[in-house]
Structures are given as structure tokens and as C-alpha cells.
Design a protein around this ligand. Structure first.
Ligand code: DP6
Length: 329
């Protein structure tokens, strides 16, 4: 196949990935666990063009920036190297990559996770590689750490692993849950995750505490998931997120992703709990907050939080997968 199209969804981590122990191989300092969503998909078509002299990257119908194109070319180089060693025809060809995000720009969800997960699946197929989910998860990891988990449907655990072969995501059973995404600020984040992680590892006095406690939280979270214990899953989610932000805020110079409007959502979630509605908050490297709840209570949670920003209820979605190329038009 010389053209292939894939679709992937972003994921939200309940135990966060924040820090690498190997930047080249993109091995994380600790494992993490997330829910792949049923919204905000990325659809990506990779078409080989043996006559082209460089890769082209079209994002949302327009040429991507040179920086974005370099990232895509680096990723395709990994795929070409594998296709070359598998002696595939066209293994050295350049490609046109056409990618579309369904997430509104700036909502903090047009994530690199869905982008690199879709690119991994489409590029592997276009270059004729027959990779299973584990291998695709490892490949996606090389583009962006969180993309590792978007190969998995619903709840997925990314094992930190010891090396390239053992650092991948796989499904894990867990309680049913909904996520209420509260967009308090649609602006772009000021410090990228990649840069924020580097600074945290280099300057935060709490970094080692963060890494050690995350490894423990992941064990507890896995047990809570297997037991279907929604309450414990929620409690660990919220404390893990606040620990990550505490480690980040202790950087030099400091980074603060949470704004007063974000903290107000954490307060509102606490208030919901005092009223007997179980909801727990988390936030990634930006001001927006994601609240987990039991599916039957998601509407009530969304209503309670609507004053704080745009709210949207999402649930568990599929892992990254190939789709017929015609559908992508
Ligand atoms: C806060 O996966 O975007 O969302 O690996 O450098 O590309 P790179 O970073 P990225 O970081 C995600 C950070 C996070 C937590 C998480 O998704 O686990």
C-alpha cells in the first residue's frame, strides 16, 4: 500500500507522564495511565511520492510550519529506516502527510497524542510495515510520549519499560467513567510539555519525589482499576495531577499552567463531592480542567461547572486504527 489513512483520538491521563529518562528513545521516567476519548479525533493520510525531494505536511488544509514539518520528517525517517531494513519497495520515498484535527484550535486537546498515533498507524501501513498494536504503540512513542497510549481503546497503561521494546501501552480494565472537559481558557499554552518536562527534571527540587510517587500511584491506580473502584480511581487521579503541578510550579524559573479560573474548577469539584456527587479533577500542561465522574452523573457535573467555561462530556473511545482512504475525503 502506498497510501493509507488512520484515525486516532486524544487521551487524558489519570496518572500523568511528566519527565523522560531517555529523550532520544522517548522513554518516560515513570509509567502512566489514561482514557482514550471518543471525541476530537485526528485523521491523517500518508501518501508516498517517489518523485518528491522532501516530505510535505498539510495540517488542517494548509501547509504546516517548518518546525512541524521537521518533526514529521524525523518521525517518517524512523518508519523509512524500518521499512528499509525490511527491504520494502519505496522504503526511501518521501511522503505527503495530510492531517486534520476535529478539536477546536487552542482547546488544549488538538494534542500531539492523537496526531502521532494517527501518523504512526498511517505511515506504517503506507510504507508496507505490518506492525501489531504493541509495535505501533512503541512507534507512536517516538513522536510524542502521550501518543503511546492513543493506540489503546479506553483505559490504557503505558509501562515505563526498561528499553525501547518494553515501553508501550496496553489496555486495562476499569470502572465506567465520563469526562467533563472544562475549557476555562482557549489560548495556547506558554511552555510546551517537552520544554516544561526538561525544566522540571533539571530544576525542580520535587522532581525525584514526583517520579517516585508516580510509580507508586500507578501501582495503586492499576489495582483500583482492576477492582472497578471508581472512588479510588478518582482520588488518585486528583492527587496525582496536583503533585505534577506542584513539581512544575517549583521550577526555576517557575511555570504555572493552572490559572485562578482553573483552581476555581477544582474548588467547584470539591463542592460537588460535599453534595454527594463524586467528581474528581485533573489538568494537563495548560489551564483547562478535566473532571471525571460516573456516567449517570456527568450531566449534573457539567451543569454545575458550566459557569466556569465551555463544558463538554466525553467518554471512552477507540484506539488508533486504519480507515479506508476514501472516507477521509
Ligand atoms: C501533561 O506527550 O505532549 O499531558 O512526549 O514531549 O511530546 P512529549 O510530551 P507530551 O506530554 C504530555 C504531558 C501531559 C501528561 C500526560 O498526558 O500523561
Amino acid at each position: 500500500m502506498t497510501t493509507a489513512t488512520a484515525r486516532a483520538h486524544p487521551n487524558i491521563a489519570l496518572v500523568k507522564y511528566w519527565g523522560k529518562r531517555d529523550e532520544e528513545l522517548m522513554l518516560p521516567a515513570a509509567g502512566s495511565l489514561s482514557l482514550t476519548l471518543d471525541a476530537y479525533a485526528t485523521t491523517t493520510t500518508v501518501s508516498l511520492d517517489p518523485s518528491a525531494t522532501e516530505d510535505r505536511f498539510v495540517l488542517g488544509g494548509a501547509a504546516a510550519t517548518p518546525g512541524q514539518t521537521v518533526q514529521v520528517t524525523r518521525f517518517l525517517d524512523l518508519v523509512r529506516a524500518r521499512a528499509g531494513s525490511a527491504a520494502r519497495a519505496d522504503s526511501s520515498a518521501h511522503a505527503v502527510v495530510d492531517s486534520r484535527n476535529e478539536a477546536p484550535t487552542g482547546a488544549g486537546l488538538a494534542s500531539s497524542a492523537s496526531g502521532f498515533a494517527a501518523l504512526a498507524v498511517a505511515a506504517a501501513a503506507a510504507y508496507g510495515l505490518d506492525l501489531d498494536r504493541t509495535e505501533l504503540s512503541r512507534l507512536a512513542r517516538r513522536g510524542s510520549g502521550s501518543a503511546t497510549r492513543s493506540l489503546v481503546a479506553g483505559l490504557g497503561i503505558w509501562h515505563a519499560g526498561d528499553d525501547d521494546a518494553s515501553s508501550f501501552a496496553e489496555p486495562i480494565e476499569g470502572p465506567e467513567m465520563s469526562m467533563v472537559i472544562v475549557t476555562v481558557d482557549p489560548g495556547q499554552k506558554k511552555v510546551s510539555s517537552r520544554e516544561g518536562m526538561r525544566r522540571t527534571a533539571a530544576t525542580s527540587p520535587y522532581y525525584s519525589g514526583w517520579v517516585d510517587s508516580t510509580a507508586r500511584s500507578l501501582e495503586e491506580m492499576s489495582a483500583a482499576c482492576r477492582a472497578g473502584d471508581f472512588t479510588r480511581v478518582g482520588e488518585i487521579t486528583e492527587s496525582n495531577a496536583l503533585r505534577m503541578h506542584a513539581a512544575i510550579e517549583a521550577c526555576e524559573p517557575p511555570i504555572r499552567y493552572l490559572r485562578s479560573t482553573s483552581v476555581a474548577v477544582f474548588d467547584a469539584v470539591e463542592q460537588l463531592r460535599t453534595r454527594g456527587i463524586e467528581a474528581y479533577a485533573t489538568a494537563d500542561a495548560g489551564p483547562n480542567v478535566v473532571v471525571i465522574s460516573r456516567p449517570a452523573e456527568a450531566e449534573a457535573v457539567a451543569e454545575h461547572l458550566a459557569d466556569h467555561g465551555d463544558v463538554r462530556i466525553v467518554g471512552a473511545g477507540p484506539g488508533a486504527h486504519l480507515i479506508p482512504t476514501e472516507e477521509s475525503a
